[in-house]
Design a binder for this molecule. Structure first.
Ligand SMILES: [Zn+2]
Ligand SMILES: [Zn+2]
Length: 277
């Protein structure tokens, strides 16, 4: 079984610290055949900036401008060092690309990415889900808004895959939130239908296995629904921000994909999915 981890972060993400070589070493140890480097680049509406968080307090776009050039040589060096043993995909995790499509496309055109993973990291007021006080907000409204925003992400036409579709759940540990998500079935179905029609793969994100809710995102019934709506491709990603998390849960996710008749993309070349058994 060919195993891939198509979602991980290096030092070029404001919340990451690892060099490409360390991620590759971890991938080899975990028996992976491919990885994708997917550092954060988060979009905001024109004129708005991200205040950022410790330790950098920076907008991810500025961080890319300052340091982005240093990443690709690391990837090239790793490709040479691990040739024949590990496929290393130059990807990016684009946050809310729909907020400023022009700026997003201009960023993409100046980097030779093979894979665009797209996400929604902000609520409707452009506040990062990580900064909200979940004891004080209407969780139901938040989830509905999240799926509506993700619909825009898919419709932006920029994504190869849609990441962690239930992102706010990560932060809801103390809220007693109903994890079944079944209340949003219609909205999730609309999102998946749109993903299918735009050729956007659905990500199985294993971060939740290391988080309080102990499951892969999205839940299993969503995989069945995706398949029933014509979905075929999934990507599998650990969302590792540390080398020790590379490959975590990917075998489990791959088995889940197989069980629901979905095809796990091995890696991407120029945005085209490559599929190995
Ligand atoms: Zn993300
Ligand atoms: Zn991520």
């Amino acid at each position: 079984m060919f195993l891939s981890d198509l979602h991980m972060h290096t030092w070029l993400s404001l919340d990451g610290e690892e060099h490409v070589a360390a991620l590759c070493e971890a991938a080899i140890r975990q028996g992976l055949g491919a990885i994708a480097i997917t550092d954060h680049w988060d979009g905001f509406p024109a004129g708005r900036r991200d205040a950022g968080y410790a330790p950098h307090f920076m907008d991810s776009r500025d961080f890319w401008t300052l340091h982005g050039e240093a990443l690709f040589p690391e990837i090239c060096a790793a490709r040479e060092a691990y040739q024949g043993r590990l496929q290393i995909v130059y990807g990016v995790e684009l946050g809310q690309p729909q907020l400023n499509p022009e700026e997003t496309r201009s960023f993409l055109s100046s980097h030779a990415f093979d894979f665009v993973l797209a996400s929604q990291h902000l609520n409707g007021n452009c506040e990062d889900y990580y900064t909200l006080d979940y004891e004080k907000i209407d969780l139901d409204a938040l989830m509905q808004e999240c799926f509506a925003l993700e619909l825009q992400v898919v419709r932006s036409g920029i994504a190869d895959a849609l990441a962690h579709i239930d992102q706010p759940v990560r932060l809801m540990k103390h809220t007693g939130f109903d994890l079944r998500l079944s209340a949003y079935r219609d909205q999730i179905a609309e999102l998946l239908r749109e993903a299918v029609s735009h050729g956007v793969a659905l990500e199985l994100n294993t971060h939740g296995l290391r988080n309080w809710y102990h499951r892969i995102s999205p839940p299993e019934w969503v995989l069945a629904l995706y398949r029933d709506l014509g979905g075929e491709f999934v990507t599998i990603g650990s969302d590792a921000h540390h080398a020790s998390d590379v490959g975590a849960g990917v075998r489990e996710a791959r088995e889940l994909a197989d069980r629901y008749g979905l095809r796990a993309v091995s890696w991407f070349e120029n945005h085209e999915p490559i599929l190995l058994p």
